[in-house]
Write a protein of this length. Structure first.
Length: 295
């Protein structure tokens, strides 16, 4: 009787886990097809070539100004800038916490880093307006510090808890025998860290970077407040920009229902969804290749 009961419980738990996984896939598919369906209504009015190759996003003043390109470049610019700051800082911080920091210091730093993730994005955006932006304006001698550099710095701060936490877990998970073998061959602690431990942790580090990138791509309030919201093609980090997420947040509440402008917002949301999905697929592929190579 006990064996049958355990078998029933195992069968039930397998069914629950399988159903949960399938439900998650169904929800993602439903979101994607909803975006795709509404996007098709937009492309009946605006040719896809104009949408992807135009140079202007200004739906209120021109019927031909539905180009995602300025928004896409702005989103990529601020995400790239944030990763240039957050990735080296995050991985080095994780390596320090895992390999070099004393136990008492670890006990203090880990909760502090995790608490950064709990700071509301509107609070970080406010700091960008009142502190980071004016500092950028003074340093570079420009009138306005609400630009891509401001957004990059703030998004880097928001991405750091994710990158540090997952990277630290990945480094900590490397077997102790790797370190002992390296030290036995005459390597010092620093050589063991950057020649053995960090390369062995690459799959986890890739996952950390991609999750941090996803955090940067999906952030709305901070970039809405701190980047200037200029829907024009940027030429550098000191230009004001408007990201895809900020555009949706600003315009969706005021756009007339089921107009070309309304469906255009679904189209840019679908593009952002596909970009995020592609980044995750590439990261998973790269991580699997590294796992096979290490095996």
């Amino acid at each position: 009787m006990g064996i049958r009961k355990r078998e029933r419980i195992d069968w039930l738990m397998k069914l629950v886990f399988k159903s949960t996984g399938l439900l998650t896939i169904a929800l993602l598919a439903g979101i994607f097809f909803m975006l795709l369906y509404n996007s098709m209504s937009f492309f009946f009015d605006v040719p896809p070539i104009d949408f992807f190759t135009g140079s202007q996003w200004d739906p209120d003043n021109s019927k031909n100004a539905y180009s995602i390109l300025p928004l896409l470049v702005s989103t990529g610019l601020v995400a790239l800038g944030s990763m240039m700051i957050a990735v080296p800082l995050g991985i080095l911080s994780a390596a320090f916490l895992s390999e070099l920091a004393p136990g008492k210091l670890q006990a203090v730093l880990k909760p502090v880093i995790e608490m950064l993730a709990a700071i509301p994005s509107v609070a970080i955006g406010f700091l960008g307006i009142t502190l980071v932006g004016p500092g950028i304006a003074r340093i570079f001698g420009i009138e306005n510090g609400l630009n891509a550099l401001n957004g990059s710095i703030l998004l880097a701060v928001m991405s750091l808890p994710t990158i540090i936490t997952i990277s630290e877990d990945a480094i900590h998970a490397i077997p102790k025998s790797y370190r002992e073998a390296s030290l036995a061959l005459g390597a010092n602690q620093w050589q063991t860290l950057y020649r053995v431990v960090i390369p062995a942790a690459y799959p986890g580090l890739i996952a950390a970077v991609l999750l941090g990138l996803g955090r940067a791509l999906g952030e709305t309030m901070t970039v809405l407040m701190a980047t200037g919201n200029t829907a024009e093609m940027p030429s550098g980090f000191l230009d004001s920009i408007r990201t895809i997420t900020a555009t949706i947040a600003i315009e969706m509440g005021e756009v007339p229902y089921r107009t070309t402008h309304y469906f255009a917002l679904f189209a840019i949301a679908a593009v952002l969804f596909l970009i995020t999905l592609l980044i995750n697929l590439v990261g998973e592929y790269a991580a699997n290749r590294l796992r096979k190579f290490q095996a």
